[in-house]
Design a protein around this ligand. Structure first.
Ligand code: BDP
Length: 720
């Protein structure tokens, strides 16, 4: 007797207000709770009591299931109608619309292309209906999620006239997952791919993963780590990969594999992996054919070559183009692509690692096959809290280039710090490279505006693991979400995306949405402040990259140490990348170079990235560089305290489980932010030899204490 009562009670509470029962975050942003606003709900119901959705492919079925699930949660049960004429919502590909085809303008069909969709209100007052149509079932799938989002975020349906299509072609999540289920730089548990149980067992989680990706337009998934194990290319694993490909296909997701360049040797028993050796070419052709035998729509390869000890074509005296083109030739007959990474650095320690990728790839522009795309990290070093945009953007006009960002927070506080990364992505995407004249922004280049012939894409290193809430931190889900949205349209604003995400993930109540949106938008800058203000970079502790390690000076390579990057001494601090230093600025356009080189115009955010300056250097604020730096460190830690206070005021808008989870994580974040602040201020003080300005609380411990701290078992260092 008890159970039904509890269920009824829960439903009643649910309808009346925010659910009081706990949520564990598993549902991500695809929670379909009842629309609370009565007027809106009535409007939605007036359109959606009956929907027309024709039978069709597995993909259409997936879309239909999602629509039914979403609508019944949001507005209550809906019925499927056999007749388009009767229905308030008509969903069908353009060629199946019958008489309604007339409602689709010619140019719309062309504009939306193979993945886009159109949402349009048609008919006269009293007989209005909504048309969701596309050229393909994939467009319908994306349109379905888009339509549900309108309802989830409480938009008025009014007169819809929406045409959407993705601005990039390959929108891909890169998993750094190893076959033993450890995840390199993963902070949310183990790999979600349960290789042992595959192919027989399809974990329902795989489907929820696919739904979440499809909902933001992600259309590809690289299953394994860039530091690839050759095991992935063995038949035993290809069968498992096939099972995942089959599960993802209805959701429009193709799978890709990271491959190790030396596979012909390690797996094939050849004595070379030289890309120009016909036997090696043949080996790859056969391997590729074998893969397509399992997975007919296999996407292609991701390759990390000649970087951090990985083998590559240079091992055999060949170029990146030789290596990439050889694989591209094997994949081309099947329409597969090669994503070749520009994150390279060889055995010789360069005068400035920031220059290396440009130096190696610029001379190769135009030499790559059409199905090769160069995957370039957003910044020239390595996913730091702040970096200027990578100089390769705009420098390869004849080569397809995709941007790689890191959703997993390797350098941004792992999964204990609340850091919304979309402002970081916006910052890079909106940067003007001036390479093709004014407004040749990174996003314009990525969208292929300057060379429409080229393939385009964006990749995000996934932050997903076996944690019940997928990403470790409830707010880290926003990084996965915003990556998808930006890969669909790189010009969207972090603010709009946060607005949607908060509404879908928590509540539409503006008393929650507005303050938390502001907090999210500030969160990345907060972290920059307490970790690497004013253009500092790569001062995390060695290997695990957990916590501060500005004193790190003894590694196998100088460019793995922190001192290589901050160059602090009694004379000052910062990496001189102007013409008097490493001259990295020569890799940018003259306009960008001038802006960064001139101290009058170089933004404070990039100051020590490009300049080595005296501790007494006078900042715009009138303070000395030392005082300014200390100010940033303290402001960063204080902002976390403010965020904690803010979160506490929002308890009534959030379910108890997620409220508590975030509260606890914020407490950890504060503790770590203070540690970052104190360790860095004390360390840099040994060079500046200046006092911490009055008014700031003094660090609790001395520098030796911070240096002595050990953190065994830091996550994310999984090995194959
Ligand atoms: C660095 C990571 C390392 C990755 C490397 C890469 O520390 O684990 O293998 O990037 O992108 O950020 O290849």
């Amino acid at each position: 007797m008890k159970r039904p009562f509890i269920a009824l009670f829960a439903i009643a509470v649910c309808w009346l207000g925010q659910p009081v029962f706990a949520e564990n975050g598993y549902d991500l942003w695809l929670r379909y709770y009842p629309v609370k606003d009565r007027v809106l709900r009535a409007q939605y119901r007036s359109y959606l009591r009956e929907i027309y959705f024709p039978v069709g492919s597995d993909r259409l079925k997936a879309a239909q299931t999602e629509l039914t699930r979403g609508l019944s949660g949001l507005i209550g049960p809906v019925s499927q109608s056999g007749s388009a004429a009767q229905s308030g919502l008509v969903v069908a590909t353009i060629d199946k619309l019958g008489a309604l085809q007339r409602s689709v303008p010619q140019d719309a069909a062309k504009e939306i292309g193979t993945e886009g969709f159109m949402l349009k209100t048609i008919g006269q007052a009293g007989h209005r209906k909504i048309l969701l149509t596309a050229n393909t079932d994939k467009g319908i799938l994306y349109g379905t999620f888009y339509f549900l989002r309108l309802l989830q975020t409480n938009r008025k349906l009014g007169a819809l006239d929406i045409r959407e299509h993705p601005k990039t072609m390959f929108r891909i999540l890169d998993h750094w997952d190893n076959p033993n289920r450890t995840v390199e730089r993963g902070y949310a548990g183990f790999s979600i791919w349960n290789w042992h149980k595959l192919p027989g067992y399809i974990d329902p989680r795989y489907l929820d993963y696919a739904r979440a990706n499809a909902s933001v337009g992600i259309n590809g998934s690289v299953l394994n780590n860039v530091n690839a194990s050759v095991q992935m290319l063995t038949p035993a694993y290809l069968i498992k990969a096939k099972a995942l490909a089959d599960a993802f296909r209805p959701y429009g997701i193709r799978i890709y594999l990271s491959v190790k360049f030396s596979s012909p040797v390690e797996l094939g028993g050849l004595n070379t992996a030289d890309p120009l050796d016909p036997v090696v070419m043949k080996w790859w052709k056969n391997k590729v054919n074998e893969i397509y035998g399992y997975i007919p729509d296999f996407g292609g390869f991701l390759v990390k070559a000649n970087s951090e000890g990985q083998p590559g074509p240079q091992t055999y005296g060949r170029s990146h183009a030789d290596g990439a083109n050889m694989l591209a030739d094997a994949l081309a007959p099947h329409k597969g692509i090669v994503m070749w990474r520009a994150f390279v650095y060889d055995d010789k320690v360069p005068d400035d690692r920031a220059k290396q990728a440009y130096n190696e790839f610029k001379p190769l522009d135009g030499l790559f096959k059409d199905n090769v795309i160069i995957q370039v990290k957003n910044g020239p070093i390595d996913f730091q809290p702040r970096e200027p945009f990578h100089p390769l953007f705009g420098a390869l006009p004849h080569t397809p280039v995709m941007m790689e960002v890191q959703l997993t927070q390797e350098y941004l506080g792992f999964s204990t710090h609340l850091v919304y990364e979309a402002p970081l992505f916006n910052e890079c995407l909106n940067s003007d490279t001036y390479m093709m004249g004014k407004n040749s922004t990174v996003s314009a280049i990525l969208e292929g505006k300057y060379n429409p012939r080229l393939i385009t894409g964006m990749a995000g290193v996934a932050n997903i693991g076996t944690d019940i809430n997928w990403c470790g931190h409830p707010f880290a889900q926003a990084n996965w979400y915003s990556f998808g949205r930006l890969s669909w349209d790189p010009q969207q604003s972090a603010s709009d995306i946060a607005d949607d995400w908060l509404r879908m993930t928590f509540t539409n109540d503006l008393r929650f949405v507005e303050p938390m949106k502001q907090e999210m938008l500030r969160s990345r800058e907060n972290t920059v402040n307490y970790m690497t203000p004013l253009g500092l970079h790569h001062i995390m502790s060695a290997n695990g990259h957990y916590g501060p390690g500005p004193w790190t000076d003894n590694m196998a390579r100088a460019d793995w140490t922190a001192v290589y990057y901050h160059k602090a001494d009694t004379g000052g601090i910062g990496f001189d990348r102007t013409r008097s230093g490493s001259n990295t600025l020569a890799q940018y356009s003259p306009q960008v170079r001038a802006r960064f080189e001139n101290l009058e115009t170089c933004p404070d955010e990039y100051l020590l990235w490009f300049h080595h300056l005296s501790w007494r250097y006078k900042m715009r604020s009138g303070k000395t560089l030392w005082q300014e730096m200390v100010g940033h460190y303290y402001a960063g830690a204080d902002s976390v305290k403010q965020l904690q206070r803010r979160w506490d005021t929002l308890q009534s808008y959030v379910d108890s489980e997620r409220f508590l989870a975030v509260k606890q994580l914020l407490a950890i974040q504060y503790e770590e932010a203070v540690r970052w602040r104190d360790a860095c201020v004390l360390y840099f003080q040994t060079f500046s030899q200046m006092p911490i300005p009055p008014g700031y609380e003094k660090p609790e411990h001395d520098l030796n204490y911070y240096k002595s701290l050990k953190f065994p078992g830091v996550p994310g260092q999984g090995i194959n």
